[in-house]
Design a binder for this molecule. Structure first.
Ligand code: AMP
Ligand code: MG
Length: 399
């Protein structure tokens, strides 16, 4: 059985990265993965300009002129810079180009105005309050490598760099299917033995957060013929993700049918929850994940395995962020598997704290209301004590 890290490495090695790209305008590039190196088309700043509202001067002239200079003209944002006449000062505003000949800006709070004369009470450090051309980046600088998922901040940078069109990978096509004879959709009354299906919608939504073209394949019954049909129809997808039926029970047919039609790369990982997960391929194109049916296992294995597989498919570099926190409660267990405890992370006096939530059963969904991370318990660990140090995997930054 593979460890968590081995399974993640096996997925990265096995995923065939996307080949098809498209070009989108900046406004549609949020959350997309870049398909080419992106370079700056201009310098930023594009020209030397003032960092403050004030007066443009030649610093040496202040002393020579007895710290009083006649005011001649002004330079606003969007103006083409004129020339600063010798022995004068020019009004200048934040972001306006430095007039030719000026080498310094004196901020407006440091001067006095007497009619058309500006009085400078002190000397100025030459070069003060100027933003230099190209000090942020230069035309031709590589800003992003392929496989970068673009955030709003990235798009601000690319806008400033003059990039209007961005080559990105086309969204992965992913089929999502729930399996199980007991599953019904909310909205229908339950008959004895039935339960409401909850994995499929969450999986579809998590996929869409990753910019994926996620297709709802509905619920399939625990029948070999139906599952064979499903797997055969999945060959036009980049990924197919099932939940349920991945274990060893008589009616856990997904893994069996998968083994028959596709190639299994691994089955079972030394983790809790989520041990019965299978990964492999159907045909040449389709990557296959058979996730466990228990709702918590299905969501945890999505985070641990499906998300990095998609990031790798988009040429990105997946990683599981880890922080160190102080445990607020005790936790005992038998060593043997890496365990991911649903946890509430919070800060107290600047220190990160982690509470292992009550109700860690893999069928229990309510603790997700408080969950904003996992406590990662190492394979060989027998648990931790209140006040002890634990490794945590944040799910968001709400702590
Ligand atoms: P399985 O992995 O098919 O053996 O299912 C394990 C447990 O998860 C069983 O209690 C199932 O009823 C439940 N389960 C399976 N699929 C789903 C689903 N899509 N939504 C909610 N519960 C499920
Ligand atoms: Mg089942």
């Amino acid at each position: 059985m593979l460890t968590l890290d081995e399974a993640r490495a096996a997925i990265r090695a096995e995923v065939t990265p996307a080949a098809t790209t498209q070009t989108v305008p900046l406004s549609q590039a949020h959350g997309r993965f870049t398909a080419q190196e992106l370079r700056a088309l201009v310098d930023n700043p594009a020209f030397d300009n003032s960092a403050m509202d004030g007066y443009a001067v030649r610093a040496a002239e202040l002393v020579a002129a007895g710290f009083a200079l006649p005011l001649r003209g002004e330079c606003r944002c969007g103006d083409a810079p004129g020339r600063l006449a010798a022995g004068t000062t020019m009004r200048i505003f934040t972001g306006a180009p430095m007039p030719e000949g000026a080498d310094t800006v004196v901020i407006q709070e440091d001067v006095k105005l007497e009619g058309d004369t500006v009085i400078f009470p002190q000397t100025a450090q030459p070069g003060s309050h100027i933003r230099r051309r190209g000090e942020d980046f230069r035309q031709g600088d590589v800003l992003y490598q392929p496989g970068r998922r673009l955030s709003a901040y990235d798009l601000a940078l690319l806008s400033a760099a003059g990039v209007a069109q961005i080559p990105v990978y086309v969204p992965a096509r992913v089929l999502v299917v729930a399996t199980g004879d007991e599953l019904v959709a909310p909205g229908t009354p339950l008959r004895p033995g039935q339960i409401y299906e909850s994995n499929r919608l969450a999986t579809l939504l998590l996929l869409r957060e990753l910019g994926v073209d996620a297709v709802d394949g509905g619920t399939v019954r625990d029948e070999p013929a139906a599952l064979r049909e499903l797997l055969k129809s999945s060959v036009n997808f980049d990924f197919v993700i099932t939940s349920g039926g991945a274990s060893v029970g008589d009616h856990d047919l997904v893994k069996q049918v998968f083994a028959e039609i596709g190639q299994i790369k691994f089955w079972k990982v030394k983790i809790k929850p989520g041990k019965p997960i299978a990964f492999g391929r159907v045909g040449n194109r389709t990557h296959f994940f058979a996730l466990p049916g228990n709702p918590v296992s299905s969501l945890v294995t999505f985070k641990l395995f499906v998300e990095p597989a998609l990031i790798a498919w988009y040429h990105g570099v997946p990683h599981l962020p880890e922080l160190t926190a102080t445990a607020t409660n005790d936790f005992r267990r038998h060593p043997g598997r890496t365990e991911l405890l649903r946890a509430r992370l919070f800060t107290e006096n600047g220190k990160l704290m982690a509470t292992a939530l009550r109700g860690q059963g893999s069928h229990m969904l309510k603790p997700f209301r408080e969950t904003n991370g996992f406590i990662r318990v190492a394979e060989e660990s027998a648990g931790f004590k209140q006040g002890g140090t634990v490794t945590v995997v944040p799910l968001n930054t709400d702590f």
